[in-house]
Design a protein. Structure first.
Length: 412
């Protein structure tokens, strides 16, 4: 139970972020939580090391390198112009963000879009006068929702696709989840537009290309993007053909980072500039969540509630709530075998994928991509989105998203 108390303290501290004169960053709070479970013996040092998912850490490292190189070279601002330069109004800009980032997250993975998209949103904010918070929330919601409709959109979907024995995963995810995902992207745009209507008044779109700062680094960044794109296509092809090859997303990210690390004259500047604190956050989170998992608290709560765990509304409710406390990937790892034992079919597996993913729209800790966006923003712009600012709009968004997905999965 001590690990549960520590987890509760971590949640409270992340929500308030201020104790007296001390203001904590998210990574500091999570690190304190990890240290607490280690010091109190809730998890042994050996098990703590085993708990750290090196695949996730290496994936983020590789994508951070590419994202930093894109930004330092100036090539990211040119990509931003090509993507959003045709927007002539705030509404068209927001729609482009929701559709563009949403669709790309289904291909490139939501964490990738969080890394690359954060500096783009900050640049757009400075050019349009729209508060950075609005554009960053648009990015966070769009990449969470968009990643629902693909088995490689996020790690939990990949787990469902592989361990849930989903046949033809790309076709199946699109069949069940593509249409409600597009509807949810549009509805979430409307909610954000309504919620921040006062902040969007008197804002004008003034997007223009900026010059390349470092042509060599820009060229290497282009090569990195091509490598990532080609390897993603290869991964999709192997999955469609059911070729049994251990082709992890980690390999894609590290291969993409290689040209920059090996050939850039500014490799050390790029490496110094990446968000190391977010990597510390994830390592700490894995340790804390493993201690919570080992306590068996949430498993026993589920057993005592006597829920019909295979019903689609229950799958969404359990997925969304539990993902806030133990993260969505461990939650799926816990829930998936239960559903298989109860005889779940494809429709229930799609509910698990969708529910565990849109859990990221409820609170900052519901998705890794949220943490990446907020910590990158705090580092690059000395701005932030508080726990409560996210939650007060994330709650109606999550409720509406859930209703749409549940309706489609029950009827169609």
């Amino acid at each position: 139970m001590l690990s549960i108390i520590i987890l509760a303290c971590v949640f409270v501290l992340i929500a308030v972020r201020q104790v007296g004169k001390f203001r904590f960053q998210i990574w500091q709070v999570m690190t304190l939580g990890a240290i607490a479970v280690l010091v109190t013996g809730e998890i042994s040092p050996a098990n703590a090391l085993k708990a750290i998912d090196t695949d996730v850490i290496l994936f983020l490292f590789g994508m951070f390198v590419v994202g930093q190189a894109l930004e330092d070279s100036g090539y990211l601002s040119q990509l931003s112009y090509h993507l959003f330069g045709k927007a002539r109004s705030i509404d068209s800009l927001l729609i482009l963000i929701f559709l563009g980032a949403g669709i790309l997250s289904a291909i490139l993975m939501n964490d990738t879009l969080a890394i690359i998209g954060t500096p783009v949103m900050l640049r757009l904010s400075s050019k349009t006068g729209v508060r950075a918070k609005v554009l960053l929330l648009a990015l966070a919601f769009s990449i969470t929702i968009g990643s629902v409709m693909s088995p490689i959109g996020n790690p939990q979907n990949l787990l469902v696709a592989i361990k849930g024995n989903v046949s033809a995963p790309f076709v199946t995810f699109l069949k069940y989840l593509a249409l409600p995902t597009v509807i949810n992207l549009f509805l979430t745009y409307l909610i954000l537009r309504l919620f921040y209507r006062q902040n969007l008044k008197n804002c004008t779109v003034n997007n223009f290309p900026e010059p390349i700062n470092d042509h060599q680094l820009a060229m290497l960044s282009k090569i990195s993007l091509w490598i990532i794109g080609i390897m993603i296509v290869l991964k999709i092809a192997l999955a469609i053909l059911n070729v049994p090859v251990d082709f992890r997303l980690t390999y894609i990210a590290l291969a993409g980072a290689l040209p920059i690390v090996l050939f850039s004259r500014k490799r050390f500047r790029v490496l110094k500039g990446i968000d190391w604190f977010t990597l510390i956050f994830f390592a700490s989170m894995f340790i804390l969540m493993e201690a919570v998992w080992d306590s068996g608290f949430f498993q026993s709560v589920l057993n005592e509630m006597h829920l019909t765990l295979i019903s689609i509304p229950t799958i969404f409710g359990v997925s969304i709530i539990l993902s806030q406390f133990i993260s969505n990937v461990p939650m799926v790892a816990l829930y998936l075998p239960v559903l298989k034992q109860l005889g779940a079919v494809t429709r229930e597996m799609m509910a698990l994928a969708a529910g565990s993913t849109i859990a990221g729209n409820l609170s900052i800790l519901g998705a890794a991509s949220n943490v990446i966006i907020i910590q990158n923003t705090e580092k690059k712009a000395n701005q932030t989105i508080t726990f409560w600012e996210f939650f007060k709009i994330g709650l109606p968004v999550t409720v509406l998203n859930s209703a749409v997905y549940i309706l489609f999965l029950l009827i169609f």
